[in-house]
Design a binder for this molecule. Structure first.
Ligand SMILES: Nc1ncnc2c1ncn2[C@@H]1O[C@H](COP(=O)(O)OP(=O)(O)O)[C@@H](O)[C@H]1O
Ligand SMILES: [Mg+2]
Length: 265
């Protein structure tokens, strides 16, 4: 669907993960290119988060291979994958809830660029760096001006989600991995999060997991649909919606008997 695809950044070949008898991820082949904004959708329990965990190295696959820029990283630990440029929110960018928004951004910035110990930064230099150009730019992009001095524990969920993504982006990751970043958000907060993410389309590789397709239909360039651990469709939005297996399993309808319309509502 998308033109001018960049180089391959993440590739999985036949990755499988079992939990006892359950095959949570079943022989998944996946390919993500640089600067692509792609999504994985599927019902709860279809294996999306488990697949993410295999890609980010949270646990190894039972079978198959994970590549990053052509290099086999199947056995590479998560911290090392972060250092290589794979950034996942919610697990690796935890916020400090008793600190102000701006100071969380300062800490994130220094974690990525400087070798100062965090403790040294806390006690001596946090205030000094609040005006840093890069940090100020991210405050604006993510529309955090009004809450910059507020402690994180007093933020609304949508504001906190924007902060978490801002913190991840400050580290200039090669690929940003977002596992249900819209979960629990109200409609207006979803719009706000997507609008800040949109500003990075074309310059940032983004892989987003979402179980509600309606949230991301006009955001993603490519969709991959998972069902019971397998990829059942991959391609453009329309193409995936028309796919009979997607319609049968994801929307739980029988396509042989009725029309397309009710499937997509
Ligand atoms: N740590 C685990 N131990 C056992 N079963 C798990 C574990 N993680 C996930 N599962 C199971 O694997 C399947 C896929 O789960 P998950 O990847 O979380 O799906 P999704 O993110 O699509 O909702 C589910 O049946 C889930 O119960
Ligand atoms: Mg999940």
């Amino acid at each position: 669907m998308s033109t001018n695809l960049g180089a391959e950044i993440i590739k999985t070949v036949g990755v499988t993960k079992r939990f006892g008898e359950l095959v949570a991820v079943n022989k998944v082949d996946y390919l993500l290119h640089e600067n692509e904004v792609a999504g994985i959708i599927g019902a709860n329990g279809s294996g999306k988060t488990t697949f993410f965990n295999l890609v980010t190295g949270y646990f190894p696959p039972d079978e198959g291979t994970v590549y990053y820029k052509g290099e086999d990283i199947t056995g590479t630990p998560p911290e090392q994958r972060v250092a290589m440029g794979m950034m996942r929110t919610f697990q690796l960018t935890s916020t400090f809830d008793n600190l102000a928004v701006i100071d969380n951004l300062v800490l994130s910035y220094f974690r990525a660029y400087q070798k100062h110990s965090l403790f040294h930064l806390f006690t001596n230099t946090c205030k000094k760096h609040r005006k840093n150009e890069k940090i100020q730019a991210i405050v604006e992009t993510f529309e955090l001006q009004d809450v910059a001095d507020r402690e994180v524990r007093h933020l609304g969920l949508g504001e906190k989600r924007r902060l978490e993504i801002a913190m991840a982006i400050l580290a200039e990751p090669k690929v940003l991995l977002l596992d249900e970043p819209l979960a629990g958000l109200a409609e207006n907060e979803i719009k706000a999060v997507l609008s800040v993410l949109r500003r990075h389309i074309g310059t940032q590789t983004i892989l987003i997991v979402e179980h509600k397709i309606s949230h991301v239909e006009d955001f993603l360039q490519r969709l991959t649909v998972m069902h019971e651990g397998r990829v059942i469709a991959d391609g453009g939005y329309e193409e995936c919606l028309r796919d009979p297996e997607v319609r049968r399993s994801y929307w739980q309808i029988d396509v042989s008997e009725d029309g397309v319309e009710e499937a997509c509502s």
